[in-house]
Design a protein around this ligand. Structure first.
Ligand SMILES: Cc1ncc(COP(=O)(O)O)c(C=O)c1O
Length: 398
């Protein structure tokens, strides 16, 4: 049987690549602190489970391709509270933010086209675009200036006749960056000048620790170009529900999005009912959760600041931090932590940074992404183990 080149070219997720080694270590009885994956340990609000318990249809039908009415209305109301007005025809329920991204690139790019992204970017973006033979034009950013954007004319150098979209996560995974209003205006100018789609992945919108979040959806001049990616996964700690949505005010785009939804028939009715329930969760939930993540952010940056020769930029949002370690090869270090190192039979798992870059295989070779999704005590212990591992690692460069 022939296996297509394009699926062969999809990289293994760097976030899950070391999973078999970690599974083996866990089977052998070693405890692993998972700093590698954005799976929050915060309890999913009971509103999800209550709504699914109350969901008792006589027949479990496909339902509408666009999504269940009660969920579309809940999303519409949520956006209104953020000061953004969307009609129900602008909102399309998807299998998580992941499918929303796939739909967005599929509807804006043809094979051979390219999407502009700021490196380092969420590693799975490579898979979403790779599956459609779409390329990435990676624009470098650096921890030295907090992964903020390069000047406008620098970004423009990465745009060519096949560039169709700019895909950006704000707050940023894996960097924790929050773009300033000036940067958002810069992006808005660029996408309008070149008539690109702006695919704004705002799944971490609630996770901002310093200051307020501004959505690209609040910039009316972007209405024609903007596609918003959204999800309940992180917002309500409901990653397993697999419910997200893609939103656009561009009527021509909406027509295409509806066809994408029709082709995959529908999203799980039960999970959509649960997700609609989630949107009734009192807002105090976010206050509590945000405070908890802010504590974790503080704990991880204190621990990192105490590690000699480690470089990182202060994370401002989401729940990740990109870290430069004084090691020969981050993948070797990450493996070594799982196979050759432990303290009292406990170790840590980190995500090698090279998967978050595309423009050169050298980029990210000494970087890792850490997710601060563990409670503060577990996180402090994990960071202690990581620090000791770094001291003992034979491939240390300093
Ligand atoms: C930036 C970003 N976008 C999208 C997703 C996809 O999330 P989901 O498909 O669970 O909604 C993730 C998951 O980690 C993410 O970090």
């Amino acid at each position: 049987m022939h296996i297509s080149e394009r699926t062969k070219n999809i990289p293994t997720s760097p976030i899950r690549k070391l999973a078999p080694i970690a599974n083996k270590a866990e089977k052998e009885g070693r405890k692993i602190y998972h700093l590698n994956i954005g799976q929050p340990d915060i309890e999913t609000p009971d509103s999800f489970f209550k709504a699914t318990r109350e969901f008792r249809p006589k027949v479990l039908e496909y339902g509408k391709s666009q999504g269940r009415e009660e969920l579309l209305e809940a999303v519409q109301k949520y956006y209104k509270e953020w000061g953004m007005d969307y009609s129900l025809d602008n909102i399309y329920v998807t299998n998580g933010g992941s499918e929303a991204i796939s739909f967005a690139v599929m509807t804006t790019c043809d094979p051979g086209d390219n999407v502009l992204m700021f490196e380092p970017f969420y590693a799975n973006y490579k898979s979403f675009v790779g599956a459609y033979n779409i390329r990435i034009n990676g624009v470098p950013t650096s921890p030295d200036d907090g992964y903020h954007l390069p000047p406008e004319e620098e970004i423009e150098k990465y745009i060519d006749s096949r560039t169709r979209a700019l895909l950006i996560s704000n707050p940023g995974n894996p960097t924790g960056v929050i773009y300033t209003e000036e940067e958002m205006k810069l992006i808005s100018r660029i996408v309008r000048k070149y008539d690109l789609a702006l695919i704004a992945d705002e799944v971490y919108r609630e996770f901002v620790y310093d200051g307020k979040f501004k959505s690209f959806g609040s910039m009316p001049e972007l209405d024609d170009n903007l596609i918003i990616i959204d999800s309940v996964s992180k917002r309500y700690s409901a990653c397993g529900a697999r419910v997200g949505c893609v939103i656009s005010k561009n009527a021509a785009m909406d027509e295409q999005l509806l066809k994408c939804c029709q082709a995959r028939l529908s999203v799980s009715q039960m999970d959509q009912a649960g997700a609609a329930g989630l949107y009734t969760t009192p807002k105090v939930y976010w206050e509590t959760v945000r405070k908890e993540y802010a504590r974790r952010r503080d704990a991880i940056r204190t621990a990192l600041a105490a590690m000699p020769d480690v470089v990182f930029s202060q994370p401002k949002g989401a729940f990740y931090v990109m870290v430069k370690f004084p090691v020969d090869d981050i993948e070797k270090f990450a493996k070594w932590l799982l196979t050759d190192f432990s303290i009292d039979n406990e170790t840590v798992m980190i995500t090698p940074g090279n998967g978050f870059y595309v423009s050169s295989p050298e980029l990210g070779k000494d970087e890792a992404r850490l997710a601060y999704v563990l409670n503060c005590d577990a996180l402090k212990r994990a960071m202690y183990i990581l620090g000791e591992g770094l001291k003992q690692y034979p491939g240390r460069t300093r």
